[in-house]
Design a protein. Structure first.
Length: 801
């Protein structure tokens, strides 16, 4: 007779143990699984995704029913174990009868924590743990309007986002002053709150609920400070408690969870515990990644292999809300002996912090860009020594594209924590099934199917495994979490279907998040404007704050005003005007910039329109994804080395291309001889005079990633410079990703490719025709705000949030 294994709980841990056991020793045991829920094991973490309107509960089953038959596993659903007789090795269920076992696995998970304040048992108050809760929310949204979620943690916010998608008005009540305060520091928490408010959530912070109001059905919540809020539905999401009742009644050692050793054995021989109900070395985990590691150790232990103990897990959190990239792992608050390295880009909404103690990374928090999360997590898991590293480089993408990291990862390391997919499983699938894209890997192995946090690492594994066969252009990465469509697919669809607004894009192209996010909103606004320059109405709300304000916000909350000075040339009249305006509006500092103009720093927000009116100069677009400056050297007009009129050409270029919207900022320079005093070799477009000709350099960058420009063409006349520059800029506008600088774009598409495109005279003319149309449609934003009452009103509402 085969040894009998009985599993209590057909949740994510229970089924994973069974999977591991049958994988290791097929058909070796007589396995029975008893689950209280009606449905066979399903992917609980995807409930948030279903609630947000993506997929149905039927798609969540971890294994189809056939699988249980094939593996000869007896599945008993809708049945609860009520008692364990550990001496007789029997379990009793609510359906009667006793079931014998040789080994017992307890995988009873957790129960939602319910604060027992008065009125909690009223109709319309629910938790968020299982399929029934998810269905109850979907049903409720069909007839009710106001939802209140208690708890501003991961689960509460995912529930709140789902209810918003179901068209409910959603308020989140939280008892502290910061959301996700167990995973995020104050900065990330504030950024998260701002983003969710933009998506339509309302927050009641530092509120202590005293009771639920209403008769039979909930009508609202009352708070300690005397305030009340109306509610047709209340979702309590304040935490979980390991489900240990059965184990403690049986006399097993329990604490917060069922106490287990490094092989998941409880205090009684032959009984194991795994998943959220288990407590290992004092920790009861509330996430899935640990349970995959626990299940693998448990299965090996049953097979007699106790060579690799479970030593605990490094856990991470990734919020599954479309359009919000948040990642947190390990320590996130500063404390003694721990040093933090941070970058915070307010204009792009990006914040990253890593925590270092004893030369190891012990925690990280990321908001707005989580593309480095897998790499940092891997460093944390391997306890890599960072002593000799330039620490800030840890927050920058790896130069080798992550190849070293991938090569050093053991095959057994879990890459996708949500679905328990190892590096070995991914590489095998790539090799055996000829996979070529991350999308194919997702479909085949489930890696990156859930929170998507491991997508960059999956991509690196793909690149590493395929070697030369890897083709970046195949990759078609989605532009953000709101959609699975890539930039090219979106631009193509907008063009084909003649889509005219961002709203239409979200609906026609079936974005998961119909409001968009801080990543896709500005990108779509750019792509639509680029494709339909004459028809498209620019959406100010979709732009980054500096672009909305037409000025750069400074670290003290004031603004900087930079008027245009063509080619860096000014006059005494202009200088007098700048001086007068500066005195009148108490400008804190006048600074000559590297782009050869004057920056008026410290302007008050409310004074901006009056400053523009008094200056009566065009905007210098110092804040825009647009042409910034054309820097010039003095050239033949004054310099004894000058062979060309650099100022004349620079002014002509700036006058022609000013106000041009581009994927990222564009800087130009013209120098009249190879001494290149205007630093033309490091510009997006740099022009250098040589004997009787102009050399055009493109794709240069003098910023963080210094890059010398590539020679695009040598031409003899100013006319040809204008034409080549126009064609080049338009080709960049049409083919670059939004926020891709020309240096990265040229590197991606290749300078030879750009040369080839521009060598076709007809194509060059067409590109110039299209850029001329785009330029004709532009207007000076400062003038527009002053002259057009509606525009100014719109602008003023933005100024007074
Ligand atoms: C909405 C939601 C989103 C989540 N998102 C994430 C995420 O993004 N990332 C992450 O890592 N984790 C996430 N989690 C947590 C994750 O789902 C859990 O960590 C995981 O499901 C725990 O697995 P488990 O098997 O221990 O418990 P469960 O999956 O809860 O399974 C326990 C099962 O045992 C059954 N059971 C209990 N008592 C008995 C009994 N006496 N007899 C028979 N059956 C019994 C229960 O009915 C249940 O089906 C999320 C959870 C929820 C609810
Ligand atoms: S680049 Fe040549 S021409 Fe221009 S200022 Fe310098 S030395 Fe003179």
């Amino acid at each position: 007779m085969k040894e009998r294994i009985l599993v209590i709980g057909n949740g994510m841990a229970g089924i994973r143990c069974v999977e591991e056991i049958v994988k290791l020793e097929p058909n070796a045991y007589d396995i029975t699984v008893i689950g209280k829920e009606r449905t066979p094991a399903y992917d609980r973490i995807q409930l948030s995704t279903v609630l947000q309107g993506n997929g149905t509960v039927d798609e969540l089953l971890i294994k189809p029913l056939d699988w249980y038959d094939e593996q000869k596993v007896t599945l008993r659903t809708d049945e609860a174990v009520t008692e364990i007789d550990k001496d007789q090795r029997l379990v009793y269920t609510n359906k009667g009868g006793a079931l014998p076992y040789d080994r017992l696995i307890i995988a009873t998970g957790s129960n939602p924590f319910i604060i027992p304040f008065p009125g909690i048992d009223k109709k319309g108050v629910i938790t968020f743990r299982d399929i029934d809760d998810c269905n109850a929310m979907i049903e409720s949204a069909k007839t009710k309007r106001k939802a209140v979620v208690i708890g501003g943690g991961l689960l509460g916010l995912e529930a709140a986002r789902g209810l918003l998608n179901l068209n409910m008005e959603v308020s989140v009540v939280h008892n502290t002053d910061a959301l996700m305060d167990r995973q995020l520091d104050a900065t990330a928490s504030k950024m998260l709150k701002d983003e969710l408010e933009q998506q339509g959530m309302t927050f009641l912070m530092e509120k202590e609920t005293t009771h639920v109001t209403g008769d039979e059905h909930v009508s609202g919540l009352a708070f300690k400070d005397g305030e009340e809020i109306e509610a047709d539905l209340v979702v309590m999401a304040v935490g979980i408690k390991p489900n240990i009742a059965l184990a403690s009644e049986t006399g097993l050692e329990t604490n917060r969870g069922i106490v287990v050793d490094d092989f998941m054995k409880t205090s009684h021989p032959g009984i194991y515990a795994v998943g959220e109900c288990a407590e290992h070395r004092g920790i009861a985990y509330g996430l899935v990644a640990p349970l995959y590691e626990q299940a693998a150790v448990l299965a090996k232990s049953i097979s007699g292999d106790e060579s690799g103990p479970y030593e605990g897990s490094v856990v991470f959190t990734k919020l599954k809300v479309s359009g919000v990239d948040v990642f947190s792992a390990g320590l996130f608050q500063e404390e003694e002996g721990v040093k933090a390295i941070r970058i915070h880009d307010e204009s792009e909404g990006i914040y990253k912090k890593i925590m270092i103690a004893d030369q190891k990374i012990v925690g990280t928090v990321m908001f707005g860009d989580t593309s480095d999360s897998s790499r940092i997590l891997s460093y944390m898991r391997s306890e890599m020594n960072v002593e000799k590293m330039k620490k800030v480089a840890l927050l920058e993408p790896e130069e080798d594209g992550g190849d070293d990291l991938v090569a050093s990862m053991p095959e057994s390391e879990i890459v996708c924590g949500c679905n328990g997919v190892t590096k070995g499983c991914i590489t095998k699938a790539i090799q055996d099934q000829g996979l070529r894209t991350v999308g194919e890997i997702k479909g085949c192995t489930n890696a990156s199917r859930s929170c998507g946090g491991c997508q960059p690492l999956v991509s690196q594994i793909l690149e590493h495994t395929l070697g030369d066969v890897f083709d970046a252009s195949d990759q078609q990465e989605p532009i953000c979490g709101c959609t699975s469509l890539s930039r090219n697919e979106i631009v193509e669809a907008i063009r084909e279907k003649g889509i005219q607004t961002t709203k239409e894009v979200y609906h026609v192209l079936d974005f998961e998040n119909k409001e968009g996010c801080s990543k896709c909103r500005p990108s779509l606004n750019y792509y639509l404007g680029m494709l339909f320059p004459e028809e498209y109405e620019d959406e100010a709300a979709s732009r980054f704050v500096n672009e909305r304000m037409h000025a750069n916000i400074q670290n003290d909350g004031t603004f900087s005003v930079v008027p245009r000075m063509y080619g860096g040339v000014t006059t005494s009249d202009q200088l007098r005007k700048i001086a007068e305006v500066s005195d009148k509006y108490e400008i804190k500092m006048l600074k000559v910039t590297g782009g050869q103009r004057i920056d008026m720093l410290g302007a008050k927000k409310d004074d901006l329109p009056s400053i523009w009116a008094d200056l009566d100069m065009p905007s210098g677009y110092a804040y825009g994804k647009a042409l910034r400056t054309v820097k010039t050297c003095v050239g033949e007009q004054f310099c004894r080395f000058g062979t060309q009129d650099s100022i004349g050409l620079g002014v002509r270029l700036e006058k022609k291309f000013e106000r041009l919207q581009t994927p990222h900022k564009v800087k130009m320079a013209v120098s009249a001889c190879p001494r290149s005093c205007a630093e033309s070799g490091f510009k997006d477009v740099g022009i250098i005079g040589v004997d009787g000709a102009w050399e055009l350099y493109v794709g240069g960058n003098g910023g963080i990633n210094v890059q010398g420009g590539h020679l695009l063409a040598t031409v003899t006349t100013d006319e040809e410079v204008m034409k080549t520059t126009g064609a080049y800029l338009q080709y960049y506008r049409e083919t670059a990703n939004y926020l891709e600088r020309t240096s990265a774009w040229v590197e991606r598409v290749g300078i030879d490719h750009v040369k080839e495109v521009l060598s076709d005279e007809e194509e060059k003319n067409n590109l110039n025709n299209r850029i001329d149309i785009a330029l004709r449609a532009t207007r000076d934003p400062w003038k527009e705000a002053l002259e057009d009452r509606t525009v100014r009103q719109q602008f003023e509402t933005i100024l007074q949030p």
